[in-house]
Structure formats: C-alpha cells, structure tokens
Design a protein around this ligand. Structure first.
Ligand SMILES: [Zn+2]
Length: 139
C-alpha cells in the first residue's frame, strides 16, 4: 500500500525530509484481508511495552515490538494495526509461529500490516527501511 519513506498518502504530517509537504512513512504497509495470520519470519522476543520506544496510539492499541537478530545485529520490529495478538511480552517466538492477525486498529485506511524496523528500544527517528530484512527486491 505505502512504501517506506516520503509519501503522498494522506494522514501524514508534512516532514522536513520530503518535498511538496509530503509526509514520511516509517514502515511498509501491506494490504491484507482482516484477520490474516501474521507469522514470524525469524525467531525473536516480544518486548515489554513499558520499555522505551513503544509504539504510539497511531499504531493501534495492540501494536507490539519483537526483537530479532539480523546479520548486522539486533533490531526491533513493530507490528501495527493488528486486531488480535497471539503473543505476550517476554515470549520467545519461533520462526513460522502465528504472532497476530491483521486488523485496522488505529488505521484510517483499512486492514493491513504495518511493518517497521527500528533500533533496539529506539524511537521513530531510528526507523530504517525494512526491505532488506524482509528480503524484498525492487521489481
Ligand atoms: Zn504504515
């Protein structure tokens, strides 16, 4: 739906990094039917929501962070707008495990997965393009 970076999509405040008063999208949005199972692509740990960098209301009331290991070290992945979450803070998640179901909590534009990559315990300013983590290729 919406890639990482400057976007002409509505709902985003103008950002200094973007021309023409466009906003900045800190993750990747993937449109999916409501209730689609979201599976962990790699093993990780569900982060306690009281730690720094927890997602705000715009991410939906059930958004959560998963800490995962990458080739470059550890990062936090934010899963947002889920309508149902199958894991709890502190849980160790296995690759392939269903961790949530897509929803539209906090989302004005329908059910989708918002997938965001941040530094561990990092705030919005630490969000980076998750395309490599997701092994996405331009095409
Ligand atoms: Zn999004």
């Amino acid at each position: 739906m919406i890639p990482f970076g400057c976007t002409a999509a509505p709902y985003y405040s103008a950002d200094d990094r973007c021309d023409d008063d466009r906003g900045f999208h800190h993750g990747i949005d993937v449109a999916l039917p409501c209730g689609t199972p979201i599976r962990a692509g790699v093993a990780g740990t569900v982060i306690d929501p009281s730690r720094p960098g927890s997602p705000g209301a715009a991410y939906g009331s059930k958004a959560f962070r998963l800490r995962v290991a990458t080739d470059d070290g550890r990062v936090d992945v934010l899963i947002a707008h889920a309508r149902s979450v199958k894991v709890r803070p502190g849980d160790r998640v296995r690759r392939g495990e269903v961790i949530a179901e897509t929803g539209d909590l906090g989302a004005p534009d329908g059910c989708h997965l918002h997938f965001e990559q941040r530094a561990t315990d990092g705030g919005l300013s630490t969000a980076t393009n998750p395309a490599r983590l997701l092994a996405l290729r331009a095409g």
